[in-house]
Write a protein that binds this ligand. Structure first.
Ligand code: C5P
Length: 208
C-alpha cells in the first residue's frame, strides 16, 4: 500500500527539515524534488559553459541519475537560481514527472517536498501540507544556514535571492508555486523546529 505526503512551499520555510523529520518518524522514504531541478540546472550550465540551452536542459533531465543528486555544490545560491530557471521549462518538468510519481507510489510510504507536489505531481496525495514563513524569517534562516556552511554572503543578498526565486516560481505558467486548495497551511514563522514537526506529524497521523 502506498501513502503519499506532499509538502510544498517557498524556499527556506522549513519544508526540507519538516519533510526529513516526518519521513524518519513514520519510516517513509523522502525525496527533496528541489535537488532534481538543482542538478539539472548545474549540469546544463556546465555543459553550456554558462549558458542554459533549453534543449540541453531537457536532455540532462532525461538522463538524470541518482549520482547527479549527490554533488556537494547543489545547495549553493547559484544552484538554486539556476534550478528556478530550468524549472520554468515545460520539457524539463515533463522529463522529471514519472520519476517523482513512481517515487510517490512506492510501497511503504513517501514524503515529497517541492513546489508543485500537491497540485501537479500528486494531486491525490493522502496528506498535503503548505509550509510557509514570513520573508524576514526565511531570509534569516537561509543566511544562517549558508554562513554556517562557510559561504560568504550578506542577509540582504540572501533576501534578494529568495525574493527573486519565489517571484519566478509563483509567476511561471507551468506548475507555479501555489497552495493546493486542500493543503493544510503550516506557518513556521513563530514555531521552533520541534513544534513545526509535531504539527506536521499530527496532520499525517489523522489520515493514516
Ligand atoms: O526547494 P529548492 O529551493 O531546492 O528548489 C530549487 C528550485 O527548484 C525552486 O526555486 C524551484 O524553481 C524549483 N522547484 C520546482 N518544483 C519543485 C521543486 C523545486 O519548480 N517541485
Amino acid at each position: 500500500m502506498s501513502f503519499t505526503v506532499a509538502i510544498d512551499g517557498p524556499a527556506a520555510a522549513g519544508k526540507g527539515t519538516i519533510s526529513r523529520a516526518v519521513a524518519a518518524h513514520f519510516g517513509f522514504a523522502h525525496l527533496d524534488t528541489g535537488l532534481l531541478y538543482r542538478a539539472v540546472g548545474i549540469r546544463a550550465l556546465e555543459i553550456g559553459r554558462g549558458i542554459i540551452a533549453p534543449d540541453m536542459a531537457e536532455k540532462v533531465a532525461r538522463e538524470l541519475t541518482e549520482a547527479h543528486l549527490q554533488r556537494p555544490d547543489l545547495r549553493s545560491a547559484r544552484a538554486g537560481q539556476t534550478a528556478s530557471r530550468v524549472a520554468a521549462l515545460p520539457p524539463v518538468r515533463a522529463a522529471l514527472l514519472d520519476f517523482q510519481r513512481r517515487f510517490a507510489r512506492r510501497a511503504g510510504g513517501a514524503v515529497l517536498d517541492g513546489r508543485d507536489i500537491g497540485t501537479v505531481i500528486c494531486p491525490d496525495a493522502e496528506v498535503k501540507l503548505y509550509v510557509t514563513a514570513s520573508d524576514a524569517v526565511r531570509a534569516q534562516r537561509r543566511f544562517e544556514e549558508l554562513t554556517a556552511a562557510g559561504a560568504q554572503t550578506t542577509l540582504e543578498a540572501v533576501a534578494a535571492d529568495l525574493r527573486q526565486r519565489d517571484l519566478r516560481d509563483s509567476a511561471r505558467d507551468i506548475a507555479p508555486m501555489v497552495r493546493a486548495g486542500d493543503a493544510v497551511l503550516l506557518d513556521t514563522s513563530e514555531l521552533s523546529i520541534d513544534a513545526a514537526v509535531t504539527q506536521a506529524v499530527a496532520e499525517i497521523q489523522k489520515r493514516l
